[in-house]
Design a binder for this molecule. Sequence first.
Ligand code: FES
Length: 179
Amino acid sequence: MSVKERKEAAPPAPAVPAREAARPEVTRRQFLRSGMYGTIGLFAAQALVGAGVMLWPAKVSGFGGRVLVPKKLSELSPDDPPLKVREGKFYLSRLPEGVIALYWKCPHLGCTVPWNESENLFHCPCHGSIYEKTGQNVGGPAPRPMDIMAIEIDGDNIWVDTGKITQRPRHLPEHVTKV
Ligand code: FES
């Protein structure tokens, strides 16, 4: 069989669909560029998620979130001094009618107010503001009582929402959570 005859006898090449024939071929450069952009995008997404996790305020526990008071309600007596809860930056005062959570930041200029055992009062060391166990200001330059935080009683547990701080011009009975 001559070369010419062999060529004529060979089966015809399979037909390429018109759409496939029109599709441009992806070059090696285009492929590498896509890969590079994909990798950069992935790193950027990871960085954004990481930053979001770090910057998102803690809402579950600690200051800014709900804090469980370390003592049970049944363990507290109206004769006790206010319970200092460092995690939430507040004092829990047990009063005869209920409980009140007082933000420990002095409403005058922001110092942390300690409880003075011998005076049976809160006494700010910075400029001498004095507060009762209810947080009512009774002396010094403070313009208002200590701020309060929202309380939720769940059986014998006391939860304080340190993200809900309320200023008040004076202490009122309704600021106390009755128990
Ligand atoms: S900061 Fe407390 S009295 Fe000034």
